[in-house]
Ligand binder design. Structure first.
Ligand SMILES: [Zn+2]
Length: 310
């Protein structure tokens, strides 16, 4: 395995999925997360994100593979389960948060879709979106990735309100860390990054004003917490929902772009204010579509190592 710094991108760490998360994917249970860290620590060293950044800034060569952990979206179970596990391994991590989720201004729209799929509410959403070009049989989430507008977002919210009870919605906020919880993580030495205000699809085809406003709104929230590190992770970042390095440079945001791209982060890239993240396998499906890797860590890690050509 090549020496260098590997930043591993996780999302939620929880024992179970809820109605809001079962269709999101990317969650890992605490015991599996611990086994991942244990497996990575045997293949190199586990280091804190800040330690990795310091070595890049100082140009200290990595003599072995070094692994760090970076969580996206701001799930509250990360503090509950992953923080103590990271402590066991002597590291702090990073977490990217969305201000509107943390401030309870807006529930994550994909979580609303997840909920609606469970209560058979997507048919209402589909019919409401038909006048805007949505066609039957199309994958709704992918259609929304291409056609996400404030109007579409408002329709998702309307259907969510119609299909859910107020008590459920107020309980649902607990899925995401609030400002106080994020402050606690920051106090514990974690790096807090900007994942935009509302976790909307952002891409090169959006206007720079719109994209900049999404990140600046979250920056103001992070400033209010005393988290001024200025690291930016783009929501989704796959398929068309991605922002190129060229587009990013034009935005003029002072900070580091943290890309989801399976590459080692190097001092040269960091000087250009870019670092990269790998996606470890938290679950994958057999040829018949059955999730099999969640409980087979050795297989999952081997698959990850093969996939990323270490
Ligand atoms: Zn995200």
């Amino acid at each position: 395995m090549k020496a260098g710094w590997y930043v591993l991108n996780y999302h939620n760490v929880d024992w179970e999925n809820s109605l809001l998360t079962h269709a999101l994917g990317g969650a890992v249970s605490p015991d599996i997360f611990r086994r991942h860290l244990s497996a990575f620590s045997r293949r190199g060293e586990l280091i804190s994100v800040q330690e990795g950044l310091k070595r890049l800034a100082e140009g200290v060569p990595f003599r072995r593979p070094a692994f760090s952990v970076w969580f996206d979206d701001g799930y509250s179970c990360v503090r509950k389960y992953a923080l103590p596990i990271c402590r066991e391994f002597g590291i702090t991590a990073a977490m990217s948060v969305c201000s509107r989720l943390a401030l309870r201004q807006e529930m994550f729209w994909c979580a609303k879709l997840s909920y609606l799929s469970f209560v058979d509410g997507l048919r209402f959403l589909r019919s409401r979106l038909r006048p805007f070009g949505y066609e039957r049989q199309e994958n709704l989430k992918y259609w929304l990735f291409r056609n996400f507008t404030p109007q579409a977002n408002a329709i998702i919210d309307e259907v969510y309100l119609r299909c859910s009870h107020e008590a459920f919605r107020s309980h649902a906020w607990k899925l995401f860390e609030d400002a106080q919880g994020i402050r606690e993580l920051h106090k514990a030495g974690w790096l807090i990054a900007n994942h935009s205000a509302g976790h909307y699809p952002l891409s090169d085809s959006d206007s720079p004003e719109y994209v900049r406003a999404q990140f600046q709104e979250c920056d103001r929230f992070l400033d209010s917490l005393g988290a001024h590190e200025r690291f930016y992770t783009v929501p989704f970042e796959y398929g068309r929902c991605a922002i190129s390095e060229e587009y990013w440079a034009k935005l003029g945001l002072e900070g580091v772009l943290v890309k989801k791209q399976e590459r080692i982060s190097t001092p040269a890239a960091y000087r250009n204010r870019i670092i990269y993240r790998y996606t470890p396998i938290t679950e994958y499906k057999s040829s018949r579509g059955i999730p099999i890797a969640a409980l087979n860590v050795r297989h999952a890690i081997r698959y990850f190592l093969e996939k990323t050509r270490f």
